[in-house]
Design a protein around this ligand. Structure first.
Ligand code: HEM
Ligand SMILES: [Ca+2]
Ligand SMILES: [Ca+2]
Length: 300
């Protein structure tokens, strides 16, 4: 029910306004591209793509552990306030998040895609609903199930997690892999032995868990397929990422992104846009459901 050009008569400058807001923010702080992309994923996976993650409140989704590190809400706010001047009451916050995610990818060097629009903003945001989000130590079977629950297949999973080609993770979400994996007092055997000392230097045992490390070593700001090469080389940082290579269900798809072994190749930057359009259609509110918020942090 979303469509490209949804606001072509009601707010023709919507794409320009959002793009300018994202561009201004990302030029000032390039790490915000990753923040904005992740916001959209965390929105869509909880109550559908309805801006629920944007709502403030004492027990809103933002307060749940996986959402506490989210960054870039002020980018959405900036776009919204300009849109309320240009075309008041017309553009949903959920659509702004969808456009901003695309624009962030393009600013990081990714390939553009057309974003179908027409989402409505939700009225509900509960921290407890964030259990649907995939966890960094979920087995592949659980990752697959959580994506399948949202009508996303295994290829969509491997493609969308490729979003980790930009951005960082805090030591606290992966340092257990470096020192005491599954109570073995040993590192995770999936980590390349040459990579292990690098990660240990970045995240010393018992050190500052909030220190941030690139999820795609050597290419943290570029939207490229280097992430998959790192996975193949035992240089995945998150346990869930490393498993995309070690698990036989997902490895062939990583191989296709790398153009390996006579498999039908996949071009990451083309597939990413396709899978983002699919993700952007999760559990949409239609007709008179929801509303068009005046500010993205609160319901009307
Ligand atoms: C199995 C699925 C996924 C898991 C388990 C997962 C988990 C994580 C974790 C643990 C972090 C680090 C958070 C922190 O320490 O601040 C992270 C960061 C990130 N994730 Fe995911 N993620 C998944 C899928 C995705 C998808 C589908 C996207 C986008 C399409 C995405 C985009 C990002 C980005 C851009 C960052 C970096 C954020 C920043 O630098 O602020 N992730 N993810
Ligand atoms: Ca949502
Ligand atoms: Ca990269």
């Amino acid at each position: 029910q979303t469509r490209v050009g949804f606001y072509s008569t009601t707010c023709p400058r919507v794409e320009t306004i959002v793009r300018n807001a994202v561009q201004t923010a990302v030029r000032a702080d390039p790490t915000l591209a990753a923040g904005v992309l992740r916001i959209f994923f965390h929105d869509c996976f909880v109550n559908g793509c309805d801006g629920s993650v944007l709502l403030d409140g004492p027990s809103s989704e933002k307060t749940a552990p996986p959402n506490v590190p989210l960054r870039g809400f002020e980018v959405i706010d900036a776009a919204k306030s300009q849109l309320e001047t240009a075309c008041p009451g017309v553009v949903s916050c959920a659509d702004i998040a969808a456009l901003a995610a695309r624009d962030a990818v393009v600013l990081a060097g990714g390939t553009s895609w057309q974003v179908p629009l027409g989402r409505r903003d939700g009225l509900v945001s509960q921290a407890s609903d964030t259990v649907n989000l995939p966890g960094f130590n979920d087995p592949i079977s659980v990752q697959i199930r959580k994506f399948a629950d949202k009508n996303l297949n295994i290829q969509d999973l491997v493609t969308l997690v490729g979003g980790h080609t930009i951005g960082t993770g805090a030591c606290v979400v992966f340092s257990y892999r470096l020192y005491n994996f599954n109570n073995t007092n040993q590192p995770d055997p999936d980590i390349n032995p040459a990579f292990l000392p690098q990660l240990r230097a970045l995240c010393p045992n018992g050190g500052d868990g909030s220190r941030r490390v690139a999820l795609d070593t050597g290419s943290v700001t570029r939207f490229d397929n280097s992430f998959y090469a790192n996975l193949r080389n035992g240089r995945g940082v998150l346990e869930s990422d490393a498993k995309l290579w070690s698990d036989p269900t997902t490895r062939p798809i990583v191989q296709r992104f790398l153009g390996l072994s006579g498999l039908l190749g996949l071009t990451f930057n083309v597939e990413f846009g396709r899978s983002m359009v699919k993700m952007g259609n999760i559990e949409l509110k239609t007709g008179s459901q929801g509303e068009i918020r005046r500010v993205c942090r609160a319901t009307n």
